[in-house]
Design a protein around this ligand. Structure first.
Ligand SMILES: [Cu+2]
Length: 227
């Protein structure tokens, strides 16, 4: 069963893992077939004396140099693929539609939303704990922080994983591509409660998310009560 892909970059991470598994797997199987084949072929036989081979003879050395060169060619494919995926996810920061602050602490996730003014630490900010609400198809920047020790913000269906380091604000991005409720898990051993430091991300469609914001933001709540 394949794990759901729910972000714009999930498929590229899976593709990279598949590429590496395929190339490494091919050489693993081939090397083992040759290895055990040679052991079988040159097994002890009555009346046949074993031969001492240094391995420096050119026709024998080729067994090392040719596969070695081919493996290096595979490495080029893997390095180029890895750099492209890394650049897209970690180096590049696409324009944000919205920003959310993600704060790890022993042992919960706190999510801070900037409210309608789009600015953090103002009167219309609001917070949730362990449940993050986002809109499908929008590009989000996250500002990842920690209140105590190193945590790691991991959303498996997004193929997103980023350490939270005390004293630093680490900015990253994601773009959900599928509505639903998915797991968030701290992926860095952060103390006795690490295993229960889980959360959920709710990827909502536009109408659902607008209704959620209206019901939760202080500004939205005021508007609702004034009507
Ligand atoms: Cu943690």
């Amino acid at each position: 069963m394949q794990l759901i892909q729910a972000s714009s970059f999930a498929a590229s991470v899976d593709g990279l893992i598949l590429l590496i598994t395929g190339m490494v797997g091919f050489w693993f199987i081939l090397a083992n077939i040759v290895f055990f084949g040679l052991i079988w072929r040159f097994r002890a036989k009555p009346g046949v004396k074993s031969r001492y081979i240094t391995g420096s003879e050119p026709h024998l050395k080729r067994w090392i140099t040719i596969p070695h060169a081919l493996v290096l060619v595979c490495d080029v494919f893997i390095i180029v693929g890895a750099m492209r995926v890394w650049y897209n996810i970690k180096q590049r920061l696409p324009e944000a539609d919205a920003t959310v602050r993600v704060i790890g602490q022993q042992w919960a996730w706190v999510f801070q939303y900037p409210g309608t003014d789009g600015t953090f630490d103002t009167a219309d900010d609001f917070f949730t704990t362990d449940d993050l609400y986002v809109e499908n198809g929008k590009t989000y920047h996250f500002q990842l922080q920690s209140r105590d020790v190193i945590h790691d913000f991991s959303v498996p269906v997004f193929r997103l994983k980023q350490d939270a380091v005390p004293g630093r604000t680490i900015t990253g991005w994601f773009k959900p591509t599928r509505t639903g409720t998915f797991d968030i898990q701290c992926a860095e051993i952060c103390g006795i409660g690490h295993g229960v430091m889980a959360g959920r991300i709710h990827v909502q469609d536009t109408a659902e998310h607008a209704a959620w914001i209206a019901g939760h933001s202080p500004a939205g709540a005021q508007t609702a009560s004034a009507q």
